[in-house]
Design a protein around this ligand. Structure first.
Ligand code: NAD
Ligand code: TYD
Length: 353
């Protein structure tokens, strides 16, 4: 496989994956397909945008004809599909957008792959890798249970319901059409270039600007956090060495209660800003809970480590320090994203060429 289509490559995880693949595999042609929704930001990829093995194509995954045309133009042999609506709070306000992109968009990607690959002699040597979330498994109690690859699907939010549905479609293409597919379900990611609507970048930005920190409910909900570059490395490993038809859970065995994580963020950010320890604790503001707020997520990543030898590279405290430092040193990135200026980057850098 040489011609690899990565969807959602202008987003948070996608931009890390595109950078990783472009730098690590100079003999591949990496095609980044993204609709540049509010969550897509091409300036995330400034450092690799002129590499000879990288191309950007603006397209909506729901536009089947255009997607098929892209498969034909670049003779796509492998797909790593990340494009999605990804924020739970938005899914509560606008579930249609999630069903459209995450379900119908994934179906349109699968159908374009099937049509093109059949026309090129069949499925041999092709791969459709679907990137999914642990949220499809629903919510755990406050005990020591973990999500495994055989946990039942039990999604609770419109976001997780749409991702669960897309996972089912991908597996249906494996069973019905013999399409080689792989899936991974990962825990919460953190790191640079994450849109500041998600907990960690939102709170760093608010601490930086002395704004309130809205803690949903009692702050006791638990999430399992993984550094985004470790997720990108795991996707690379599974794409190349995972078994076709299989699913891999990805996570760093790193559970944190929201309120404990928020206190750590405050400590690290205050220190980096040269403020006395605990200054920003007063910004904590308990607000009405998210509707249907899942209590606890926790991933059992034993299969990935046993079968493919993967392990996370960073301890959480170290990852959080790196992440806080990155957002504080890239205040302009945060300001551009929150003001909407980042959306001009595509026009300035691409349309004028
Ligand atoms: P993100 O919201 O930062 O990025 C999504 C990208 O998809 C954006 O660049 C956006 O422009 C693009 N996109 C959205 N709709 C599109 C469409 N119709 N056509 C083409 N492009 C479109 O998301 P993220 O956090 O980077 O997540 C990427 C993937 O990983 C998603 O599939 C998500 O479900 C999954 N995931 C995320 C996490 C996490 O913690 N963020 C954890 C596990 C799995
Ligand atoms: P989020 O980053 O939205 O990821 P997800 O909902 O996919 O896990 O939220 C992480 C946790 O933080 C989740 O339990 C909800 C909580 N949260 C807040 O308490 N306040 C906030 O402003 C946000 C965005 C999230």
């Amino acid at each position: 496989m040489k011609n690899i289509l990565i969807t959602g490559g202008a987003g948070f995880i996608g931009s890390h994956l595109v950078r990783h693949m472009v730098n690590k595999y100079p003999s591949y042609n990496i095609i980044n397909l993204d609709a540049l929704t509010y969550a897509g930001n091409l300036s995330n990829l400034r450092d690799i945008e002129n590499n000879p093995n990288y191309r950007f194509v603006k397209a909506d995954i729901c536009d089947y004809e255009k997607i098929l045309d892209i498969f034909r133009t670049f003779n796509i042999q492998g797909v790593i599909h990340l494009a999605a609506e990804s924020h739970v709070d938005r899914s509560i306000k606008d579930p249609f957008a999630f069903a459209m992109t995450n379900v119908m968009g994934t179906l349109s990607m699968l159908e374009a792959a099937r049509t093109h690959w059949n026309a090129k002699g069949g499925m041999e040597g092709k791969m459709f890798y679907h990137v999914s979330t642990d949220e499809v498994y629903g919510s755990l109690e406050f005990d020591d249970s973990l999500f495994t690859e055989s946990s039942n699907y039990d999604p609770h939010s419109p976001y997780s319901a749409s991702k669960a549905s897309s996972d089912h479609f991908v597996r249906a293409y494996f069973h019905t059409y013999g399409m080689p597919v792989k899936l991974s379900n990962c825990s919460n990611n953190y790191g640079s270039y994450q849109f500041p609507e998600k907990l960690i970048p939102l709170f760093i930005n608010n601490i930086r600007n002395n704004r309130p920190l809205p803690v949903y409910g009692n702050g006791e909900n638990v999430r399992d956090w993984l550094y985004v570059e470790d997720h990108a490395a795991a996707i690379d490993l599974i794409f190349h060495r995972g078994k076709a038809g299989d699913t891999y859970n990805i996570g760093g065995f790193n559970e944190w209660k929201n309120i404990d994580l928020i206190k750590l963020l405050i400590k690290v950010t205050d220190k980096a800003l040269g403020r006395p320890e605990g200054t920003s604790l007063s910004l904590i503001n308990y607000v009405t809970d998210r509707a249907g707020h899942d209590l606890r997520y926790a991933i059992d990543a034993a299969k990935l480590s046993k079968e493919l030898g993967w392990k996370p590279s960073l301890q959480f405290e170290e990852g959080i320090e790196k992440t806080v430092k990155w957002y504080l040193e890239n205040g302009e990135w945060l300001d551009n994203v929150t003001s909407g200026d980042y959306q001009k980057y595509y026009e300035e850098m691409y349309l004028k060429r």
